[in-house]
Design a binder for this molecule. Structure first.
Ligand SMILES: *[C@@H]1O[C@H](CO)[C@@H](O)[C@H](O)[C@H]1NC(C)=O
Ligand SMILES: *[C@@H]1O[C@H](CO)[C@@H](O)[C@H](O)[C@H]1NC(C)=O
Ligand SMILES: *[C@@H]1O[C@H](CO)[C@@H](O)[C@H](O)[C@H]1NC(C)=O
Length: 588
C-alpha cells in the first residue's frame, strides 16, 4: 500500500455529553453559515468529475471500477471507459487512470459494464461488455498486466477477444453485463449474462474451464421472462440461510447456503431480487417465493428509492458481502453539465439474508464510523405527542449519520388500509405525506430542512390495520425537498416486512450527505435512497428534526446523531484534474 495517495484519517471523536438538550422545540430560526458545493457529496463515492456508475471487487485492497465518460458529465454512448479508484478502507478513495478504454476492435464503441473475478492463486480477471466496431455487444476479458502491482493499474485485453461473441438468436443491442464468475462442482467457471433471446429477457449462463473459451449452457436460462422486458446487470450470489450476517465467496454452495438473484429492470430503472436455491448441475435457480412469479417487477426491491445497476462483491478481508448501487442525479441534464459531474454511489452496504429466508438486510459498512466526529444523543426517552417536532441540534445537518428508535406504545389508532393501496405504496406515500395527520404515524425524521421549513425532506413511518394485522409503510417524501424547478422529486416508499405489533418499536437510520439521503428502516429491512437539491443549502445550514404527526404518542427511545467528517474521495487537484499516480511510475 506504500505510496498510495490516501489521506490518513484522524480519529478525533468528540463525544458530547448526551443530554435531552440535544433536542429542542422546532421553533428556532436558522443560524447563518454553511454553504455547500451545489450538492456535491462529502463521503459518498463519486469521481472528481463526469458521469459514472459501476462494479467493484477486492484484491488485498478495495478496487472500484465504474462506468466513466472521461469527456463529460453525461452518458455518452461511444465513449465509455472503466474508471478505477482504490481504497484501503472503503471510505477514502484515490483515483487512478482508467483501467479500460475503447481502443480495440472488440470494444471500439465503448467499454460497458462487467465484473471482476478473483481466479485461483489470487489473480483477478475482468469480464466486460464491449461495443465492437460493428456496434454489436460482445463479452471480453482483461487481465492485469502486472499482477504484482497492488494498484493493478494496467490491464491487457487478449487478442482472442471477444471471448463470447454475439449469439445468433440475440439482437446486437441486447447482450451484456457479465456477472462475477463462480465455480461449479465440475470445476468449470460460470458467468451470468443478460440477453434478449427471441424476444424473451433472459439471464444466460456460460461455462468455461480456462476463462478464455466460454460455452453457453444448454440448460434453460437462470431466469427468463417476457413480461418485464430487458433486464441488466445480473448478480447471483450465495448467502447464509439462517440470518447469519457473514458473507460467502461467489462459489460457495452446499448445506445452509441460499442464493440471491438480483436483476436490474430497464423498464422501471429499479433493482429487484429473489432468494432461492441454485443448483450448479443444471444451472437452475428455484425461487423461494414462486408466488411472485417470473415478472421481476413483482420481486422484492433492493431499494425503494433512486438507485439502479447495483452490484455486490465478497469482501474477504472482513468476511462479508458488500453492495454498491448507483444513485443517478434527479436534477436536469443542464444542471449536470453546469456541475461538471453526475452520479454517485450509495455508501457501501453490508448485505445478508434475514432470518425469514426471504428478505435481504442492508446496513452501512462499519468503516463509516471512522468519519464520526461529534455525537448528540438522549439520556432518556422523549415523548412526541401529536404534532410534536423537535430539532436535533449540535451537529451539521448536511453531513450526518442519524439513528433513531421510535417506541410505539399502542397501535389502537392505526388507520384502516384500503387494499388498493397495497398495489401502489409509492402513491400512498404521496397521498398520505408527512403533513397528513394519521393515527399511528406519520412519525420519523425531517432532514435537509431550511430554517423556515419551506424546504425539507421527510423520512417517515405510518401504520395501517388490515385484516387484523398491521402493515408498516415507510416513505421518503421529496415533494418539498427543494423550491428549485426542474428537479424530479417524487414520494418514494413501500411496505416494510416487519412485525411492528410484536416489536413495539421501529428503528430508522439515515445517512445525510448534501444531495444524498439514504435511509434504512427496521434495521435494514427496507432502504430508500433519495437525491435532494435544496436551494437553502447554498447559503445556510440545514436543520434536522424528529417529528410525529399521528394522533397516537410515540417515544424517541434512542437517538444518536453523528456529524461526519468529509472523506477523501477522488480529490480534484488545482488544475481540475483527477489526482492520480503517473502511469510511468507503475512500470515494474
Ligand atoms: C467521443 O468523444 C469525443 C471527444 O469529446 C467526440 O468527438 C466523439 O464524438 C465522441 N464519440 C461518440 C460516439 O459520441
Ligand atoms: C436518472 O434519473 C432521472 C430522474 O431524475 C430519470 O429520468 C432517468 O431515467 C434516470 N436514468 C437512469 C439511467 O437511471
Ligand atoms: C405536520 O403536520 C402539520 C399540520 O398539517 C404540518 O404543518 C407539518 O408540516 C407537518 N410536518 C411534516 C414533517 O410534514
Amino acid at each position: 500500500m506504500a505510496g498510495l495517495p490516501l489521506a490518513a484519517v484522524a480519529f478525533q471523536l468528540c463525544l458530547l455529553a448526551s443530554s435531552s438538550s440535544a433536542l429542542r422545540p422546532a421553533t428556532t430560526a436558522s443560524e447563518s453559515g454553511g454553504g455547500s458545493r451545489a450538492g456535491r457529496t462529502a463521503y459518498h463515492f463519486q469521481p472528481a468529475k463526469d458521469w459514472q456508475n459501476g462494479p467493484m471487487y477486492y484484491n488485498g485492497m478495495y478496487h472500484f471500477f465504474y462506468q466513466y465518460n472521461p469527456h463529460g458529465a453525461l452518458w455518452d454512448i461511444g465513449n465509455l471507459s472503466w474508471g478505477h479508484s482504490v481504497s484501503g478502507d472503503l471510505v477514502n478513495w484515490a483515483a487512478l487512470h482508467t483501467a479500460l478504454d475503447p481502443t480495440s476492435p472488440f470494444d471500439a464503441n465503448g467499454c460497458w459494464s462487467g465484473s471482476a473475478t478473483i481466479l485461483p492463486g489470487g489473480t483477478p480477471a475482468i469480464l466486460y461488455t464491449g461495443i465492437d466496431a460493428n456496434g454489436e455487444q460482445v463479452q471480453n476479458v482483461a487481465f492485469p498486466r502486472n499482477p504484482a502491482d497492488p494498484l493493478l493499474r494496467e490491464w491487457d485485453k487478449p487478442s482472442r477477444n471477444p471471448v463470447i461473441p454475439l449469439p445468433a438468436d440475440v439482437p446486437g443491442d441486447k447482450f451484456r453485463d457479465p456477472s462475477t464468475a463462480w465455480l461449479g462442482h465440475d470445476g468449470l467457471w460460470r458467468v451470468a449474462v443478460s440477453a434478449e433471446v427471441r424476444g424473451v429477457a433472459s439471464t444466460l449462463v456460460y461455462r468455461s474451464a480456462d476463462f478464455l473459451r466460454w460455452e453457453r449452457a444448454t440448460t434453460a436460462p437462470l431466469h427468463a421472462s417476457r413480461a418485464a422486458g430487458m433486464v441488466e446487470c445480473p448478480d447471483l450470489f450465495p448467502v447464509l440461510e439462517r440470518g447469519d450476517n457473514a458473507g460467502l465467496d461467489a462459489s460457495a454452495s452446499g448445506d445452509g447456503v441460499r442464493h440471491v438473484l438480483k436483476l436490474s429492470v430497464m423498464d422501471t430503472l429499479q433493482d429487484y431480487y429473489m432468494v432461492g436455491r441454485y443448483d450448479d448441475a443444471a444451472d437452475a435457480f428455484v425461487p423461494a417465493e414462486p408466488e411472485r412469479g417470473d415478472d421481476v417487477r413483482a420481486w422484492r426491491r433492493l431499494d425503494y428509492g433512486h438507485v439502479y445497476a447495483s452490484k455486490t462483491f465478497f469482501d474477504e478481508r472482513h468476511g462479508r458481502r458488500v453492495l454498491w448501487a448507483w444513485a443517478n442525479e434527479s436534477d436536469s441534464q443542464a444542471d449536470d453539465v453546469a456541475k461538471g459531474w453526475s452520479g454517485v454511489q450509495t455508501f457501501p452496504r453490508k448485505l445478508w439474508l434475514d432470518e425469514d429466508g426471504k428478505q435481504l438486510r442492508q446496513w452501512p459498512v462499519e468503516e463509516i464510523e471512522t468519519l464520526r466526529r461529534k455525537l448528540v444523543g438522549l439520556r432518556r426517552g422523549t415523548v412526541l405527542s401529536a404534532g410534536g417536532m423537535n430539532e436535533i441540534v449540535g451537529v451539521a445537518g448536511s453531513q450526518a449519520d442519524v439513528e433513531v428508535e421510535f417506541k410505539v406504545p399502542s397501535l389502537a389508532g392505526a388507520e384502516a388500509l384500503d387494499p388498493n393501496w397495497l398495489l401502489d405504496p409509492q402513491k400512498l406515500c404521496g397521498e398520505k405525506g408527512a403533513s397528513v395527520p394519521g393515527g399511528v404515524g406519520p412519525f420519523g425524521l425531517v432532514v435537509m430542512a431550511s430554517g423556515d421549513l419551506r424546504e425539507h425532506t421527510a423520512v417517515f413511518f405510518r401504520v395501517f390495520r388490515h385484516h387484523g394485522r398491521y402493515r408498516l409503510l415507510m416513505c421518503t417524501d421529496l415533494t418539498r425537498s427543494t423550491t428549485r424547478a426542474g428537479v424530479y422529486k417524487p414520494p418514494y416508499g413501500g411496505f416494510v416486512d416487519f412485525d411492528i405489533d410484536e416489536h413495539e418499536s421501529i428503528n430508522l437510520r439515515t445517512l445525510i450527505d448534501h444531495s444524498v439521503v439514504e435511509s434504512f428502516g427496521a434495521e435494514g429491512r427496507m432502504c430508500i435512497t433519495a437525491r435532494v437539491y435544496p436551494e437553502h443549502a447554498e447559503t445556510s445550514n440545514s436543520h434536522l428534526f424528529v417529528f410525529n404527526n399521528g394522533t397516537g404518542t410515540v417515544e424517541v427511545s434512542k437517538l444518536e446523531a453523528w456529524e461526519l467528517a468529509a472523506a477523501t474521495v477522488n480529490a480534484v487537484g488545482d488544475d481540475g484534474l483527477v489526482v492520480s499516480q503517473s502511469k510511468d511510475e507503475s512500470q515494474p
